[in-house]
Design a protein around this ligand. Structure first.
Ligand SMILES: Nc1nc2c(c(=O)[nH]1)N[C@H]1C(S)=C(S)[C@@H](COP(=O)(O)OP(=O)(O)OC[C@H]3O[C@@H](n4cnc5c(=O)[nH]c(N)nc54)[C@H](O)[C@@H]3O)O[C@H]1N2
Ligand SMILES: Nc1nc2c(c(=O)[nH]1)N[C@H]1C(S)=C(S)[C@@H](COP(=O)(O)OP(=O)(O)OC[C@H]3O[C@@H](n4cnc5c(=O)[nH]c(N)nc54)[C@H](O)[C@@H]3O)O[C@H]1N2
Ligand SMILES: [Mo]
Length: 672
């Protein structure tokens, strides 16, 4: 039985190394690849669902009928329609009237071919920013100089693990293995989350701040650590920039004030400050959920300051675990063009639509306005903020193409839906953000006869449009492999052959990040004081606390948290029968107090609403949830009754052009 090395390309910390068994042209088994030390537990249930065919998978191109439904069409017809419409729009309005919008549905170097195609088309308009993590990435870059962290297995060396706004029991399963190893060796664990998550079951201390107040919590803890003289003075003297002004700036955050802002008891503040100041080494794993607020970047800078002032950086078992971009050799993490609009405008590609404000910015484009959109690996109608505006912006266009394996909410708005490949149907090379391995994702089976990988779609379309195809990988595995080999050539230790043997550590990967204690910041130190943060983002030079824009004042409004779902990756998997059988489906988690105050009982259907939209959801009472917030996982869409993003405003984070998903207030009322 042939067994192949591969990897799961979903947007997830895991990026699991896989061994794939193929029998009779079908994938019949998936197991952990022993060459990937970071993913010892093997694929999760979502990964295992790859073994079962998805009955809803699209197997051929579909074209919208005048009555709104879809009919299957041949590739010839699909290519003819695209060529005719795109040429017409380019002639009348210019190439920038086409929006190219790519999401995070699947990783791989070949994703870059999309923009190569649009450049040949004469250009396009595309997005900047990202829905996921950029406030934290920018906070990290301005503070430490680079997004790197210790190898995942090094967590076992920590004496104190702080899981801050992170729920690895749902989102980073392999991290739980290393957390358990640390706990077995006697480490302590603190979880900081307004919810009592599954992860919190491991915690010695669960701290439940008001959402969006973590910046104040961190600065208040810094105040206590400094005033109790628990700082690492030598480390600060040698490696930290801006300690004195930082210490002055946190003086106002007395325990009383911090408790009042965050809702965390003073006794917990004292206990936590004592742990952070006396236990070593400390690893702080910061999640992405808490930087999805209008103060997210400054919040993350404040969290990192706790490690800087206690000397918990650059050592085994210590440090900031946010995102490890050591495998980002090709700039793939910044696909398609980068976090930010380019400083010097690109002559062909207009980078002018913020992913966080997709609907509003699409509608606002001028010179030329947008007339068409091409969407791949993305489902903006459920995943981007402000669903109603996103939908309106798509409907206002003259022509829409969506490449996807399912008829998603976004695909349902399209004129043409092109069927997407699966992870087993084209070879690609993928990096990771939770570990330092580069991996191959191998073609192990033929795609269904009418399914073409994106690279092939672009190649055929380029031919129809009369564009040069040189440099685009053509149809056939050999062409794709040649293209990939050319990308790997600058790295002597990397080749497809080598990757087929197993996962490869990124060239120069450090097991302990910043072990030399030299930081690639302007000063070469950890920058508590960052001029770059001021110049680039207009935030304070020191991490400060500002309440989130829609700040929760006591009253009838509740803060809506929309975390990720254990049983899906965003909008993927949730419709698959294997996972549907496990997943409780959409619902609104409420604290008992908030429910009782509104006459709501478990199982009742409620109307969740604000000025952007409304959603009807069944209620689950969650005894461990902090009062004042409600929780509905993101990822569900129209077929489940509507996306949570019907309720979110298109608003950017303070740094990095992220999306402030957790900055939204809602009314919750009984609905019958
Ligand atoms: N199963 C699964 N795994 C995934 C994904 C998925 O969709 N499903 N997605 C992947 C991707 S793309 C991402 S970005 C990561 C995200 O991984 P995580 O960061 O772990 O996930 P989130 O669910 O976004 O947020 C984590 C926690 O933050 C808490 N939180 C929200 N607001 C606040 C706040 O203001 N303060 C504090 N202290 N906590 C807060 C939430 O209650 C939640 O428990 O997961 C990756 N892994
Ligand atoms: N309210 C709220 N909204 C959120 C979040 C939140 O916390 N709260 N989290 C945000 C985060 S962290 C993220 S990362 C985004 C994710 O947002 P998206 O990147 O849009 O997410 P997905 O739903 O994972 O994938 C989009 C589509 O890609 C398709 N796809 C998968 N593989 C391929 C392929 O090989 N080719 C093509 N053409 N298509 C493919 C899938 O079928 C799926 O429909 O969502 C964000 N949205
Ligand atoms: Mo994400």
């Amino acid at each position: 039985m042939p067994i192949f090395t591969s990897a799961c390309p979903r947007n997830c910390y895991g990026t699991c190394g896989l061994r794939v068994t193929v029998e009779d042209g079908r994938v019949t088994a998936l197991e952990a690849h022993p060459g990937n030390r970071a993913t010892p537990g093997g694929p999760c249930l979502k990964g295992l669902s790859y073994l079962e065919a998805d009955p809803a998978r699209l197997l051929r191109p579909h074209r919208r009928r005048p009555d709104g439904g879809f009919r299957p069409v041949s590739w010839d017809e699909a290519l003819d329609v695209m060529a005719e419409r795109l040429l017409d729009l380019r002639r009348r309005f210019g190439p920038r009237s086409v929006l190219y919008y790519a999401g995070s549905g699947s990783k791989g170097l070949l994703n870059g071919v999309g923009l190569d195609f649009w450049r040949r088309f004469g250009g396009c308009t595309t997005s900047y920013g990202d829905l996921c993590w950029p406030a934290g990435l920018e906070a990290t870059r301005t503070t430490l100089g680079a997004n790197r962290h210790n190898a995942p297995w090094d967590l076992a060396n920590a004496r104190l693990v702080v899981l801050w706004g992170k729920n690895p029991a749902a989102t980073n399963l392999h991290q739980m293995v290393f957390l358990d190893q640390a706990l077995e060796r006697g480490a302590r664990c603190v979880v900081i989350d307004p919810r009592r998550t599954e992860t919190a079951e491991r915690a010695h201390l669960l701290v439940q701040p008001r959402p969006g107040t973590d910046g104040a919590l961190a600065l208040g803890l810094a105040h206590l650590i400094i005033s109790r003289e628990l700082t690492d003075r030598e480390f600060i003297r040698d490696h930290v920039l801006g300690f004195e002004p930082f210490a002055r700036s946190v003086a106002a955050l007395t325990p009383a004030r911090t408790a009042a802002v965050t809702g965390v008891a003073q006794a917990h503040l004292q206990a936590l400050a004592l742990e952070l100041g006396t236990v070593k080494p400390v690893t702080l794993c910061a999640g992405f959920g808490m930087q999805r607020t209008s103060n997210g970047g400054q919040t993350m800078r404040a969290l990192m300051a706790l490690l800087a002032i206690t000397g918990n950086v650059g050592r085994p078992g210590a440090g900031w675990v946010y995102a490890d971009l050591q495998t980002d050799l090709f700039g793939a993490a910044r696909e398609p063009l980068g976090c930010c609009p380019p400083q010097v405008p690109d002559p062909l590609v207009r980078v002018s639509v913020s992913a966080a404000r997709l609907g509003r910015d699409m509608a606002a484009q001028d010179g030329p306005p947008l007339r068409a959109a091409w969407v791949e690996r993305a489902n903006p109608l459920t995943q981007n903020p402000d669903t109603a505006r996103v939908r309106a912006a798509f409907r206002a266009l003259a022509f829409r193409v969506v490449v996807d394996s399912r008829l998603t909410d976004t695909a349902r708005e399209a004129d043409l839906v092109l069927p997407a490949k699966s992870l087993f149907e084209q070879t690609d090379v993928i990096g990771a953000y939770g570990h330092p391995y580069l991996q191959i994702r191998q073609k192990v089976v033929e795609p269904p006869p009418e399914v073409k990988p994106e690279t092939e779609i672009y190649w055929h379309l380029a031919r129809r449009l009369g564009l040069p195809t040189e440099g685009l990988p053509g149809p056939g595995d050999a062409e794709v492999e040649r293209w990939l080999e050319a990308r790997l050539r600058p790295f002597p230790d990397l080749s497809l052959e080598r990757l087929r043997e197993g996962p490869v550590l990124a060239p120069g990967a450090q097991e302990v990040a910043f072990a030399t204690l030299s930081f690639p910041t302007p000063s070469g130190r950890i920058e508590l004081l960052s001029e770059e943060a001021v110049l680039r983002w207009g935030v304070d030079s020191l991490p400060d606390y500002r309440p989130p824009r829609e700040s929760a004042v006591p009253g009838p409004l509740l803060r809506l948290l929309t975390p990720n779902n254990k049983n899906g990756i965003h909008s993927q998997f949730l419709q698959h029968p294997a996972l549907r059988a496990l997943d409780p489906g959409p619902g609104l988690a409420m604290s008992l107090e908030d429910a009782e105050a509104r006459g709501i009982r478990a199982g009742d259907r409620v109307r969740v609403a604000n000025d952007r939209g409304e959603l009807i959801l069944p209620v689950r009472i969650e005894l461990g949830l902090r009062q004042g917030c409600v929780v509905a996982c993101n990822g569900y869409g129209g077929e489940h009754g509507g996306a949570v993003n019907l309720l979110s405003l298109g608003r950017e984070t303070d740094m990095g052009h992220g999306a402030a998903f957790h900055d939204n207030l809602v009314r919750v009322e009984p609905w019958s």
